[in-house]
Design a protein around this ligand. Structure first.
Ligand SMILES: [Fe+2]
Length: 198
């Protein structure tokens, strides 16, 4: 089983205060729950009311990730947790740069002391490095979060890229088409999504 819960105790952000009762209480809370359950609760808190459509999508990605349990084995809990958390960076409560993979991963690292592997999965989900390059954030992403193992990254990408914006199942071609239509062909998200998928 891969590393799930080693707290990144030394990694506190210069952007956010690290010393708070909130930070101290989280590890005990997390240890009492499976990672996926903890992740679901956090995603619900950050997305359900503020961004209901993102929340619907998130629920679909987590459901798809669970269907991979026969392949993932002991990594199922980790990938389902990452599926719940991959879009939390959209939440107005934690968004800083506007690049949701980086904002979500930084929040998990700095405020939740999540495992390094879980943070890296969120940081790099669905070939996020392509969009990071478009945004001029590739260096920051690479320095702070090394890429996760390909098989785990692929599992998360599969869930994200076969789930529509309302949580519905989609084949990859439909999903890419939906993203291109939603953002428009010239948007940096569209430019970032085309090379790795098509
Ligand atoms: Fe997503």
């Amino acid at each position: 089983m891969r590393e799930l819960g080693r707290p990144a105790l030394a990694k506190t952000s210069s952007r956010r205060p690290a010393a708070s009762a909130h930070v101290l209480q989280r590890p005990a809370y997390r240890q009492a729950m499976a990672s996926a359950d903890w992740a679901e609760a956090m995603a619900r808190e950050l997305l359900e009311e503020a961004l209901p459509r993102r929340w619907a999508h998130t629920q679909g990605v987590a459901a798809t990730a669970r269907t991979l349990s026969g392949i993932l084995g002991d990594d199922t809990d980790l990938i389902v947790a990452a599926a719940w958390l991959h879009g939390i960076g959209y939440s107005p409560a934690i968004a800083v740069t506007g690049f949701h993979p980086l904002d979500g991963a930084r929040h998990l690292r700095d405020m939740e002391q999540a495992s390094a592997l879980l943070c890296c999965l969120v940081a790099h989900h669905s070939c996020a490095m392509n969009e990071a390059a478009e945004r001029g954030l590739a260096g920051e992403l690479a320095r702070e979060f090394p890429p996760p193992p390909d098989d785990l990254a692929d599992a998360l990408t599969y869930g994200d890229m076969t789930t529509g914006p309302d949580g519905q199942d989609m084949i990859v071609e439909q999903r890419v088409g939906e993203i291109l239509a939603r953002y428009g062909p010239d948007h940096l998200v569209s430019r970032a999504i085309i090379p790795p998928v098509l």
